[in-house]
Structure formats: structure tokens, C-alpha cells
Design a binder for this molecule. Structure first.
Ligand SMILES: NC(=O)c1ccc[n+]([C@@H]2O[C@H](COP(=O)([O-])OP(=O)(O)OC[C@H]3O[C@@H](n4cnc5c(N)ncnc54)[C@H](O)[C@@H]3O)[C@@H](O)[C@H]2O)c1
Length: 396
């Protein structure tokens, strides 16, 4: 079978992550044909670094190429749905980073939309974007792969096996993604990111929870277990007076109209619940964790940090340039040194599944339904936080 020919749009953080994890597939399952980014310089630098034959500063030139089967979208979140639709119309299969879409207030150029636009309007428009994507995928008969690495992470795969063999009832799930703040400029505003911590970080555990409840439903004889309602709270902890007065900031504090903390309770149709927390105010490296309480078992998943390798140094320079873990403030003291962070987070497994599925016409483990359900859950959460009440998903 000839390899899948991929064009990548975006040449920064997420694009690097993808290229690092395509390496093992290149030459057998995939070929990376071209990269496009906002500037020619960054596209060229990326192409040179990863040995990609073509580079552009206009993504439309990449979409026009006949030697590209699939487009991998690694651009800021406000461009996702538009680029997915254009790629589908160009007849390309699509791999898209999280979140699929959201509300970005494109028609309100002067406003800090996170402060001015009501969440019901946001929910409606985010859902309209989802529907437009679904229509483009359907009408152009291309495949959609949602780059949600949590559902591919080996610790989550093990969790699924344990749920299956225990045959217990999943009653309570607690999931968290937190760290000390995104590096990316687009994340500071609602217009760039479509929300704050709940969408940007919470998308991972929310998707994982939805995936697990769908999986459990299938184990029980067919249908996934539906999300019925959500209750959420959001906060801006870096706006606290005492924090503002501190001379040294150890975490990102440049958030404009987006929250830097959120917790959402997800209520499922079978009576079970999940609690998801997402924070940009957590020091000590990235936290990606999930605990599942079953009727007959408990499973704790530590994607990060994990204590496979614990390393101590009395001063930060001792470990030199050796990578320890993402977003660690210091290499001094005891740390959790991740031996293969990409693997444990599921990036190579995710891209391998996408390549296989597009080549063979199978549905990926993480596809369009999960992408849309995640947007729906999170924007219902924003509405709940605004109104101070539980929101029934089917009544929206
Ligand atoms: N799954 C994960 O773990 C993970 C991690 C990080 C980021 N992400 C997601 O990846 C996406 C990108 O994040 P990032 O951190 O790489 O952002 P970034 O700002 O670091 O990079 C964005 C890239 O998009 C390019 N770009 C912007 N506008 C463009 C345009 N009009 N045409 C062509 N290229 C354009 C830029 O040139 C840049 O190369 C986000 O949606 C984010 O949510 C996912």
C-alpha cells in the first residue's frame, strides 16, 4: 500500500510535536510532502529541520497540490474549523488539533468577547461551526481525525483494559490537565483560543471522560452512555490582588478575557458523574491525571507526572540540557523525569491510528463525534458557569 501523503499547516509547537511523532511512520506509512505557515521563513526553517520537500507561506498552495492526500492542521484554534472545511472541499482527509472549534467573535473585532458576549450565543455559534465542519466532511466524503492524544495514551489504554476485565460499573471519574500557562500568544484572548483553561486544557480530560463512557456503553451492549448535563465554575486566579502585588510571577499571568481555572461536573444518563479540573496556575510541571472509581476497582492514571524515573539534583545546572519534563520551573530538587513523554501521552499511537484509518477507510478511535461532543460539553460548561446553574445538554 503506498504511504499516506501529508501536508502540514502550522510550524510551531503542535507541528513540532506531530513531526517528531511521524518520524517512525515516515517512509513506510506516511510521507510529509509540504508545510505551510504564516511566514515563509518559519515554513522554510521547519521544512529544513524535518526534511520536507515543499514549503509555503500561503496554505492555499498546499491545498492545491495533487500529491497531498491528507492535511494536518496545527494552527491556532480560531482557524481550525475554517481550515478543516477548506481542506475537505479540496478533497483532502483531515487531521485536526484540539479543540475542533469554538466561539471566536470574528464579527466583533473591537471587543474583548470573553467579557461581552453571552455564553448562550457562544454555544450556538460554536455548534454552528461544528455542524459546518460535519457537513463539509460528509459532503466531500473525506475522513476526519481528531488529534486528542489522551485517548491513545498507553496509561488510558491500560485503564480501558482494566475497566473491561473488571466488568464493574464506572461510577465516578476525576480528570485533570493543569500547568503554569501556555507559551502561545493566541491563548491569552478568547478571540484566539475560544476560551480559557476549560477549553484549552480541559478539552483533554473532557474528551477522555466522554470516550470512556462511550467505551463502557459499548461494553454493556451497544450504545455509548450519553452526557446529560453539566455544572461548571470558572475563575481568574491571576487577577487576585495578592497575586498581582507579588514581584515575581512563576506562572503565566497575561490572560486577558479568558479564565485561568475551571472545574466542571459532568452528569451522565446512567447516573454516574465525572469531575474535570483545568488550571493554568499549577507549578511543578504538567499534570495529566485521571482516577476512575468503579464498583469493584479503582484505577489511577498518571500520564504526567509519573514516577517511572525520579531524579534528584542539588542545583539546576547539574542535569544540563537533558530534558526532564514539560513546563518544569527548575531541575533542582527531586523531579519526575519522563523517559518518553510523547509516547506516554499517546502522540505516536494517535498518528499511527490516523495513518492506518485513512489508508484503509476505517474510523479512527478519536474522530468527529468525539470532537463535536467535546465542544458541546465545554460550551455548555461556560453557560453553566455564567448562569450559576446546571445545564441540560439536550435542552440547548
Ligand atoms: N494536543 C496537544 O497536546 C496540543 C499541544 C499544543 C497545542 N495544541 C493545539 O495545536 C494548535 C496550535 O498550537 P501551537 O501551540 O502550535 O500554536 P503556535 O502559535 O505555537 O503555532 C501556530 C502555527 O500556526 C501558523 N499559522 C497561523 N496562522 C496561519 C495561517 N493563516 N496560515 C498558515 N499558518 C498559520 C503559525 O505560523 C504557527 O506556525 C492549537 O489549536 C492548540 O490547541 C495541541
Amino acid at each position: 500500500m503506498p504511504p499516506l501523503r501529508i501536508g502540514i499547516i502550522g510550524a510551531q509547537f503542535a507541528a513540532h510535536l506531530h513531526l517528531q511523532n511521524y518520524q517512525r511512520l515516515r517512509g513506510s506509512k506516511v510521507e510529509i510532502q509540504a508545510v505551510a505557515s504564516r511566514t515563509k521563513e518559519s515554513a522554510e526553517a521547519f521544512a529544513n529541520r524535518f526534511g520536507i520537500p515543499h514549503f509555503f507561506d500561503d496554505y492555499r498552495r498546499l491545498l492545491d497540490r495533487g500529491d497531498i492526500d491528507a492535511v494536518d492542521i496545527c494552527v491556532p484554534s480560531d482557524l481550525h474549523h475554517e481550515f478543516v472545511i477548506l481542506a475537505a472541499r479540496a478533497g483532502k482527509h483531515v487531521i485536526c488539533e484540539k479543540p475542533l472549534t469554538g466561539y471566536f467573535g470574528k464579527d466583533r473585532p473591537e471587543e474583548a468577547v470573553g467579557l461581552t458576549v453571552d455564553r448562550r450565543t457562544m454555544f450556538r455559534e460554536a455548534l454552528a461551526n461544528c455542524e459546518a465542519v460535519a457537513a463539509a466532511i460528509r459532503e466531500n466524503k473525506v475522513q476526519f481525525c481528531y488529534a486528542e492524544n489522551w485517548v491513545y495514551a498507553p496509561p488510558v489504554a491500560k485503564l480501558k483494559n482494566l475497566i473491561k476485565v473488571s466488568n464493574g460499573t464506572v461510577m465516578d471519574i476525576r480528570g485533570e490537565e493543569s500547568h503554569s500557562g501556555s507559551h502561545a500568544a493566541y491563548s491569552r484572548t478568547w478571540k484566539g483560543a475560544g476560551g480559557g483553561a476549560l477549553l484549552r486544557l480541559g478539552a483533554h480530560p473532557v474528551s477522555a471522560v466522554l470516550h470512556l463512557k462511550a467505551y463502557e456503553g459499548c461494553l454493556r451492549g451497544g450504545k455509548g452512555i450519553r452526557l446529560k448535563s453539566v455544572t461548571a465554575e470558572v475563575g481568574q486566579h491571576t487577577r487576585m490582588d495578592s497575586f498581582r502585588q507579588e514581584p515575581r510571577k512563576w506562572m503565566v499571568s497575561a490572560w486577558e478575557d479568558v479564565e485561568d481555572w475551571a472545574t466542571m461536573i459532568m452528569n451522565f444518563a446512567d447516573g454516574s458523574q465525572a469531575v474535570v479540573t483545568a488550571s493554568d496556575g499549577v507549578l511543578g510541571g504538567v499534570r495529566n491525571t485521571m482516577t476512575v472509581y468503579l464498583s469493584n476497582a479503582v484505577v489511577q492514571v498518571n500520564i504526567n507526572p509519573s514516577d517511572t524515573v525520579m531524579a534528584y539534583a542539588p542545583a539546576p545546572h547539574i542535569f544540563g540540557d537533558e530534558y526532564i519534563a514539560e513546563k518544569l520551573e527548575t531541575k533542582a530538587g527531586w523531579n519526575f523525569a519522563s523517559p518518553d513523554e510523547d509516547w506516554v501521552r499517546g502522540y505516536p499511537q494517535e498518528l499511527a491510528d490516523f495513518a492506518d484509518c485513512i489508508l484503509t477507510g476505517k474510523e479512527p478511535i478519536s474522530g468527529l463525534d468525539l470532537a463535536i461532543d467535546t465542544v458541546k460539553a465545554i460550551y455548555a460548561g461556560y453557560l453553566s458557569a455564567e448562569q450559576g446553574m446546571r445545564v441540560e445538554i439536550d435542552k440547548l
